[in-house]
Design a protein around this ligand. Structure first.
Ligand code: SF4
Ligand code: SF4
Length: 356
C-alpha cells in the first residue's frame, strides 16, 4: 500500500522536481544565513572525516535521497549503512526497521487530564524508548504542563475596572466588566513547564502533557520547504532525518511547540541506547535535524502500544485506531467530554484530551 502511494508520489509529484527543488533550496540556503549555519557543519564534518574508515558511510548518507522516493535496492543499502554505523558507534547490534504503516488504520490518542498526576513517567519512558539526547542538550518530546486550578476567577476589586470608565463626560456605566479581562476557560498562560516538586500531584494544580498532536492538517508539513516531514497513511506525521535541512520552518509553524531541534550532537550513552529502531522513528538523530513524537512508530506499526501509554501509572492514556468503533480511543470519543487543544487553529489533532 505504502509502496503504491510512494509510486503515486513518484509519478504525480515529479521526484526529479523534488530532488531539484531541494538542491536549489540548499544551493540558495547555503549562500544565505540561517540554514548555512546549520548545514555547514554537516558538510565540514563529512570532509573532515576523509581519513575515517567510516567516511564513505557518512558521505553516502549525506547524499542519499528522500527515503519515500528510494527504490527498494536503495532503501536496503541505506538501512544497511545505518545499521553498520549505529552498531559500531553504540557497540551493540542495532536494527533499523522500515516496516510500513498498517492499512485501514488511523492512529489516535486520548488523554484523561482529570487522572494525570503529573509524575512525568511518560516523559522518561519516551526519552528511553526513543533514544533522545539525555543532557546537554536535553531533548524531551513530551512536556507536562502544570496549571493552576480555578483560573476562572472573579474578584470584587475588578468590578469597576471595566470599560468605559467613569470620565469627565459622565458615568455611562461599566459596559465591559473588569473581570472580563481575566482569561476565561482553560489557559496555558500560567502554565509551568519545568516544575520540580518533591511530590505530585499538587492539590491546587492540574496537569496537561503535550506532545505532537498528529494533526490531520499539519502546518509543519505545509511549512517544510523540502518535504522532509510528511504524514503517513495511518495519519502519523514523520520526518526523514537524512532529508531534513534543519531550517526549522516546521518548528515555527507548529502551534503546539511539539518539535525539537538538535542544536548539538545528541548525547546518548551507549549502554542506554535502544537498539530496536525504525528509520522514521527512534533511530539516533544527528546534530542539525528536527525530531518529535511519532506515536512510537517502531512499536505501533507492529501492533504494540506507545511507550508513554505503557508507563502511565494511572491509566490516563489511551491509544488506538480511530477507524475502529471498538478501540479504546473511539470509546473515549463516544462517551466522554472531549476537547482538542487549540482547536481554533483548525489543525484537526488526532490527540484528544478528556475528562473521565
Ligand atoms: Fe506538526 Fe506540530 Fe501538528 Fe505535530 S503538533 S503534526 S509537529 S503541527
Ligand atoms: Fe500524567 Fe500518566 Fe504522564 Fe504521569 S505518566 S504525567 S500520570 S500522563
Amino acid at each position: 500500500m505504502l509502496k503504491e502511494k510512494n509510486n503515486a508520489l513518484k509519478e504525480s509529484d515529479e521526484p526529479d522536481g523534488l530532488e531539484q527543488g531541494r538542491r536549489d533550496f540548499l544551493k540558495h540556503a547555503l549562500t544565505s544565513s540561517a540554514a548555512a549555519l546549520v548545514a555547514a557543519p554537516a558538510v565540514v564534518g563529512a570532509s573532515a572525516e576523509a581519513d575515517n574508515p567510516d567516511a564513505d558511510i557518512t558521505v553516502a548518507e549525506y547524499f542519499q535521497g528522500h527515503f519515500l522516493l528510494m527504490s527498494d535496492e536503495e532503501k536496503k543499502k541505506s538501512i544497511a549503512r545505518l545499521e553498520k554505523r549505529y552498531s559500531a558507534q553504540y557497540k551493540k547490534k542495532t536494527t533499523v526497521s522500515d516496516v510500513e504503516a498498517p492499512d485501514g488504520v488511523l492512529f489516535g490518542y486520548a488523554l484523561d487530564i482529570s487522572k494525570c498526576i503529573g509524575c512525568r513517567r511518560c516523559v522518561y519512558a519516551c526519552v528511553k524508548e526513543n533514544n533522545q539526547s539525555r543532557h546537554d542538550p536535553t531533548v524531551q518530546w513530551i512536556q507536562v504542563m502544570k496549571m493552576p486550578k480555578g483560573n476562572i476567577a472573579f474578584s470584587a476589586e475588578n468590578l469597576d475596572k471595566g470599560y468605559p470608565r467613569k470620565s469627565e463626560f459622565g458615568d455611562y456605566g461599566v459596559q465591559v466588566g473588569g473581570n472580563a479581562y481575566k482569561t476565561a476557560g482553560l489557559s496555558t498562560e500560567d502554565a509551568q513547564n519545568y516544575y520540580n516538586d518533591d511530590a505530585v500531584p499538587d492539590k491546587d494544580f492540574f496537569y496537561m502533557p503535550v506532545q505532537c498532536q498528529q494533526c490531520e492538517k499539519p502546518p509543519c508539513v505545509k511549512a517544510c520547504p523540502v518535504r522532509a516531514t510528511f504524514r503517513d497513511h495511518a495519519g502519523v506525521v514523520l520526518i526523514d532525518y537524512n532529508w531534513c535541512i534543519g531550517c526549522r520552518m516546521c518548528q515555527l509553524a507548529c502551534p503546539y511547540h511539539a518539535r525539537r531541534f538538535n542544536w548539538g550532537e545528541p548525547n546518548l550513552p551507549a549502554e542506554e541506547m535502544n537498539p530496536k529502531t525504525h528509520y522514521f522513528g527512534n533511530r539516533p538523530r544527528m546534530r542539525g535535524v528536527m525530531e518529535k513524537c511519532t506515536f512510537c512508530v517502531q512499536r505501533t506499526r507492529e501492533g504494540r502500544d506507545p511507550a508513554c501509554m505503557e508507563a502511565c501509572p494511572v491509566g490516563a492514556r489511551k491509544f488506538g485506531n480511530l477507524l475502529d468503533p471498538e478501540s479504546d480511543v473511539r470509546k473515549v470519543l463516544a462517551t466522554k467530554r472531549v476537547f482538542r487543544f487549540k482547536e481554533e487553529y483548525g489543525t484537526y489533532p488526532k490527540f484528544f484530551y478528556y475528562i473521565g
